[in-house]
Design a binder for this molecule. Sequence first.
Ligand SMILES: [Zn+2]
Length: 445
Amino acid sequence: MKKLILLSISLILTACSSDPSQDTITVFTNVNVIPMDSEQVLMDQTVIIDGDRIVDLVPSDEITLPPGAAIIDGSGKYLMPGLAEMHGHVPPTDPGPDTPDYFDDEYVESTLFLYISAGITTVRGMLGYENQLELKDRVNSGELVGPNLYLAGPSFNGNTISSPEQAAERVREHKEEGWDLLKVHPGLSLEEYDAMAETAHEVGITFGGHVPEEVGVIHAIESGQITIDHVDGYVNYLQQFGNEEMEEKLAEVIQLTKEHNVWIVPTMALWETIIGAADFETMKQYDELKYIPKAVKQNYFNFADNPQSGYTSENPQAHAELRRQILDEMNKAGVKILMGTDAPQLFSVPGFSIHRELPHMKAGGMSNYEIIKSGTKNVGEYFAQQDDFGTIAEGQRADLILLAGNPMEDLSHIQNHLGVMVQGKWYSREMIDNKLKEIEAYYAE
Ligand SMILES: [Zn+2]
């Protein structure tokens, strides 16, 4: 069975010669393009992909098709940039003696595929493991099927860091090893955090993630933390004030967030789960649970039956409402939001969890355009130093999703896509569905 899965992934890449993924030049003809550079639709365009780049985007009546190109008929369809999971996780490739047995090659490969299957073409991995940089190279070079990976190193937390000197040394190590950013977890002391932040600025590496309690959100913002994920740092800060003062403090902290160009990864759906505000009976029925190992599913169910975590709230619905209010105010004020779900955390099946997150972002006051932007254009801006992607334009990396309808009118078109392109490689709906069936069969055993 293990062999079968690995084999079929390579089959996807070497399928019959009519398969557009085999040709260097692929053309989407007569397609309506959602470029995401602004809120507009460009009707009836031809988009030419050469290698991993978009090389042309022109009205269909102004172009002669390059000879020998693989054609994907886009008539009546829509093309948008691929989405990103900006707080995602990729399982370790080298599980230690204490890790459960489902942490195998298939779990890594199926996790990577699940992201693509849902239109997620970029993942910012938010917890590094040993040898994961090798995995990143294998994926980004096209040897393994997966979304473009940018990876945080192993976590900075109360267990891994015991002094400011050690924090500083670890920053230098992570920079040298080639991680894309540092992952901040709870438990760091203020002195350790400051040493990490100072050294990070000195050597030129960003840091993001949680806000350690001793640090607090104000200091994290002022220290130049690049992303503040989960919004809980804001909630903790605001909850010390009474209702009236809270509004004023929220406006102040939002202003500070903007001034320091801090990005927010709200992970709204996960946090409703973690604080105990979610509808667990509905979540237990999620169809996508068939694509993950039984043991992972069992962990989710155990939590649902007894929701306990360091974050469980006494009044979860009021807590969830405050979170929506914070997101709403941030979005209105123009704070830069990034799409993310913390997959595969509780009930967040990689890829599928993004589609579970979208209604929560909407409930937090974001428009369809703003939601899509948080997973496309904003991501390109965030990674502007590394590559050009996140919009549809000449020179951009060819990460695309083909849809039956306009996603700005109805976000569900994204989940019901007709195919996904990653770095110029095309995965049709049919290929994706076949592969999903194999993953389902593998975990049904
Ligand atoms: Zn996480």
